[in-house]
Write a protein that binds this ligand. Structure first.
Ligand code: G3P
Ligand code: CA
Length: 332
């Protein structure tokens, strides 16, 4: 017997197949670009920023990450933004996939057994199937759903264009430039391609983003600085900060980040280790979107994802959060 979630997923698969999700009236959510703030009418100081619900890899707790069904489910669950991690195919097309390789989330090993590259890590050699070794046509033959559950067999790796077609006008987009330096070595400039695709979809102006607000994120300061140089303040930029990058959350680091980005996205572990990092980022006038809240993997002392997200907003003044469970986002 189908569970409730199973029935909704089946419905969403049909909706995605018919391309209906993006056809409704635009319903912008989250922080609009350049929304004029009304003049204060009371003496109470209120943070004007309403925290945003960012669906990490789509509704990835319930559907295979970076598939159209995961994105559609995220929107149905009320996400303000849908995240896309970006890679480039051999023929230079932006696709939505977290890893630089296809092996974890597709059946590439079965379909193309002879196309692996041997890589050495920690003294061991193992085969990997790099996205950049395959054309889009080849990648489109792969099953990106079965690894998660047979219920999703046949789901495909979406192009960034397909993600835009699904999300535009219904929620915000939140792409991440992944491994831009690796693609640079292959002759691709990921940031230029990203900006080109946005422009082709009328999303390269603040007016064009009114119903589809955009953030671009990266762990690479160089990538964000390049985007800032290319596009100025057209896109709000979020500097992700992972383990080993703690200096970016120090005084000098934050001052530098504030010169090219609008906010930071710290790993939750860094905030658990030192919550004052969150306050410091906000004191520099930066937005803060920690990653990633997942109901089954919460910091010690929290049994409830909603309560943890509420702590991030109320105590650390986070202005949004990446979550695998967009349905558990606490709205006031
Ligand atoms: O982009 C925020 C978060 O997604 C960064 O981690 O590895 O899931 O891309 P990752
Ligand atoms: Ca990401």
């Amino acid at each position: 017997m189908l569970t409730d979630l199973g029935r909704r997923l089946r419905f969403l698969l049909v909706v995605v197949a018919l391309g209906l999700v993006a056809c409704g009236e635009p319903q912008p959510r989250g922080i609009p670009v350049e929304t004029p703030q009304p003049a204060a009418t009371t003496a109470v100081a209120v943070d004007p920023v309403s925290p945003v619900n960012i669906a990490h890899r789509g509704a990835s707790a319930y559907a295979p990450e970076h598939t159209l069904v995961a994105y559609a489910l995220a929107i149905e669950m009320g996400a303000d933004y849908v995240e896309q991690d970006l890679q480039l195919t051999r023929d230079g097309v932006l696709v939505c996939l977290h890893d630089t390789t296809l092996n974890r989330t597709t059946n590439v090993e079965e379909v193309f057994p002879d196309r692996a590259t041997e890589v050495k890590t920690g003294g061991e050699t193992r085969p990997v199937w790099r996205v950049s070794d395959f054309t889009l046509e080849e990648i489109k033959t792969l099953d990106a759903g079965s690894w998660f559950s047979e219920e999703f067999a046949g789901a495909r790796v979406p192009t960034f264009q397909e993600a835009i077609d699904l999300v535009k006008g219904t929620a915000g987009m939140y792409p991440e430039t992944k491994a831009p330096e690796e693609y640079e070595a292959l002759g691709f400039t990921m940031e230029e391609e990203l900006v080109r695709v946005f422009a082709a979809n009328g999303l390269d102006t603040h007016a064009g983003q009114a119903a589809t607000p955009i953030y671009v994120q990266s762990f690479s300061p160089e990538s964000l600085k390049r985007l800032h140089a290319i596009a100025g303040d057209t896109y709000r930029l979020i500097q992700l900060v992972g383990g080993g990058q703690e200096a970016l959350l120090g005084g000098e680091g934050l001052a530098d980040v504030a010169s090219y980005a609008t906010g930071v996205g710290p790993a939750i572990a860094l905030l658990v280790e030192d919550p004052s990092r969150g306050h410091a980022a906000r004191a520099h006038g930066l937005e803060m979107h920690p990653y990633t809240v997942r109901a089954t993997r919460l910091p010690a002392g929290y049994a409830d994802a909603g309560a943890y997200m509420r702590y991030l907003f109320d105590d650390l003044r986070a202005t949004g959060v990446f979550t695998d469970n967009p349905d558990l986002f606490p709205r006031r």
